[in-house]
Design a protein around this ligand. Structure first.
Ligand code: ARG
Length: 460
C-alpha cells in the first residue's frame, strides 16, 4: 500500500508503480539521504518543532539504518518508489509513530534536491582526484621528455618540431582547466535547498542555516521555487564532464594513431591492450578507442539533462526524476575513463627514436630556414617564397634541407652561409622558440612550474 493511499480509492496499477519508481537508480544516494535526515531531525528538535526525545530517537534510528546498509544486512524493497520513501519506511518500521515525525516541515522535493547536491559534491571530488592523477602523470612524463623531439602537426601534416614534453603539456593545460571548472561548479552548488519544502517553504520555525552548516554547505538557496526545481548544477557538471571526455577523446585519437604501424611513436603495455580473435599479429589500443567512444554517452547525458529541463514550468515536475541516471552515468564514466587512461599512459613506452626520425622528414624546419633569411635582412614574405622554391627543389630531388650543400642553398639566395646548417638543426629549431608557452626547454620548465603550482592548490 502506498503512503498516500488515504486520498485514493483504488490501488495503483503495478505497472504504473514500477514506471514511477526510481529506487533502482537513486538508492545509491542512501548515505546523503540519511545524513540529510539526521541534520533535519536535529534541527527539528533544536527548534522545538518535535521533542528532544523524538529528535534523538530519529537520529539514532537513522544511524542504525546507515550502519545496517553499509554492513549489507539491510536492503531496499524494489516496490519502494524512491530512496526517500524507502528510508522513511524503514525508520517507521523501526520506531513506530516517532518515525512518522521525520518528514515534518520537509518535502521530497527539497529532500531530493539536497541529496543530489550532496551526492554531486562527493562524486565531483572523485572526478577531480582522477584529473589530478592524470595531470601528475603528464607532468612526470613531460619532465622525462624535454629532449624528445617529435613533429607537431596541423591538418595532421607535419608542421614544426617540438618536444614530446611540450605536446603532453598541452593536454595537462586542458585537464587543469577541467579541474578548475569542476571546482568552480562545486563552489556554486554548495548551497542547501532544504527548507524550500514542496515549493513555498513551511509554516514551522525551521533553521535552514543550521542544517546547511551541519551538512557542510556554505549557505542556503535564495528562493524556494528555484530551490526545489533548479538542476543547473547537474547540467553544469554534465557539461564539465562532457569537456573532460572531449579532451580525453582527442588524446585517445592521438594514442590510437601513435600505436599504428604508420606512426609507431608509442608502445602500449600488454596489460593495457588487447588481441584479435583471428589475426594473431594484432595488438589493439581498445582502451583508447573505448574512452573515445564513451565520450558520446557523456555528450548524450548533457543533452538529456538540458532537454529534460527545457520548458518545465515552476516548480518541481516528475520529469526531473530522470536527472539522476544521466548524471550518475557521467560521473561513473568520467572517473573510470580518467583512471584507466592515466594508467595506460603511465605504463606506455615512448619510442623516442621513431619520433625523432619522423621529425627528420616533412621539411618541418622550413619555417626556421625562412626565419634565417629574415635575420639576414630579407622581408619575411620574400624569405617564405625562396624557401617555398627550395622545398619544391628538395621534393624533386628526394632530399631534406640538411642534405643540401652550401652551394645549392646559395643558388636560391646569396644570403645563405655556413651557419644555416645550425639554424635548421631540429634541436636548435625547438630550443630557439623560447617564447613563453613555446617548446624550448626553459619554456617547458616554466609551463611545468605553472601547472604544478595550480595542481598544488588542489592538494590539501
Ligand atoms: N524520486 C523523486 C525524484 O527523484 C523525488 C521527488 C518526488 N516528489 C514528488 N512530488 N513526486 O525526483
Amino acid at each position: 500500500m502506498n503512503l498516500w493511499s488515504a486520498r485514493f480509492s483504488s490501488e495503483i496499477n503495478p505497472l504504473v508503480n514500477d514506471f514511477n519508481s526510481s529506487i533502482h537508480v537513486d538508492s545509491r544516494m542512501y548515505k546523503q539521504d540519511i545524513q540529510g535526515s539526521i541534520a533535519h531531525a536535529r534541527m527539528l528538535g533544536a527548534q522545538g518543532i518535535i521533542s528532544k526525545e523524538d529528535s534523538e530517537a530519529l537520529i539514532e534510528g537513522l544511524h542504525e539504518i546507515l550502519s545496517q546498509i553499509e554492513e549489507g544486512t539491510l536492503s531496499f524493497d524494489e516496490h519502494d518508489e524512491d530512496i526517500h520513501m524507502a528510508i522513511e519506511g524503514l525508520l517507521t518500521e523501526k520506531l513506530g509513530d516517532v518515525g512518522k515525525r521525520l518528514h515534518t516541515a520537509r518535502s521530497r522535493n527539497d529532500q531530493v534536491a539536497l541529496d543530489l547536491r550532496m551526492y554531486s559534491k562527493e562524486r565531483s571530488q572523485d572526478v577531480m582526484r582522477a584529473l589530478k592523477g592524470l595531470v601528475t602523470t603528464l607532468v612526470k612524463l613531460a619532465k622525462e621528455h624535454g629532449d624528445t623531439i617529435m613533429p607537431a602537426y596541423t591538418h595532421l601534416q607535419k608542421a614544426q618540431p617540438i618536444s614530446f614534453a611540450h605536446h603532453l603539456l598541452a593536454y595537462a593545460s586542458m585537464f587543469i582547466r577541467d579541474l578548475e571548472r569542476m571546482d568552480q561548479a562545486c563552489e556554486r552548488m554548495n548551497v542547501s535547498p532544504l527548507g524550500s519544502g514542496a515549493l513555498a517553504t513551511t509554516t514551522y520555525p525551521i533553521d535552514r542555516n543550521m542544517v546547511a552548516e551541519e551538512l557542510g554547505f556554505n549557505g542556503i538557496t535564495i528562493n524556494s521555487l528555484d530551490g526545489v526545481s533548479d538542476r543547473d548544477f547537474a547540467i553544469e557538471i554534465a557539461n564539465n564532464i562532457a569537456l573532460i571526455m572531449m579532451h580525453l577523446s582527442r588524446f585517445s585519437e592521438e594514442i590510437i594513431l601513435w600505436c599504428s604501424s604508420e606512426f609507431k611513436y608509442l608502445k602500449l603495455d600488454d596489460a593495457y591492450a588487447t588481441g584479435s580473435s583471428i589475426m594473431p599479429q594484432k595488438k589493439n589500443p581498445d582502451i583508447a578507442e573505448l574512452v573515445r567512444g564513451k565520450s558520446g554517452r557523456c555528450f548524450g547525458n548533457l543533452i538529456s539533462l538540458l532537454t529534460m529541463m527545457k520548458g518545465l514550468p515552476l516548480a518541481y515536475n516528475k520529469d526531473m526524476q530522470e536527472d539522476k541516471e544521466a548524471l550518475f552515468d557521467s560521473f561513473d564514466t568520467a572517473e573510470l575513463c580518467l583512471v584507466i587512461f592515466d594508467e595506460m599512459l603511465a605504463s606506455s613506452d615512448v619510442q623516442k627514436d621513431v619520433m625523432k626520425k619522423a621529425a627528420q622528414s616533412g621539411f618541418i624546419n622550413a619555417t626556421d630556414c625562412a626565419d634565417y633569411l629574415v635575420k639576414k635582412g630579407l622581408p619575411f614574405r620574400d624569405a617564405y617564397s625562396i624557401v617555398g622554391s627550395l622545398v619544391k627543389y628538395l621534393e624533386l630531388h628526394d632530399k631534406v634541407f640538411e642534405e643540401l650543400s652550401l652551394e645549392e642553398f646559395q643558388v636560391f639566395s646569396p644570403l645563405f652561409e655556413q651557419d644555416v646548417f645550425s639554424a635548421i638543426q631540429l634541436e636548435n629549431c625547438v630550443e630557439n622558440r623560447k617564447v613563453m608557452g613555446g617548446p624550448a626547454k626553459s619554456s617547458v620548465e616554466k609551463q611545468i612550474e605553472l601547472i604544478e603550482e595550480i595542481l598544488d592548490g588542489y592538494y590539501d
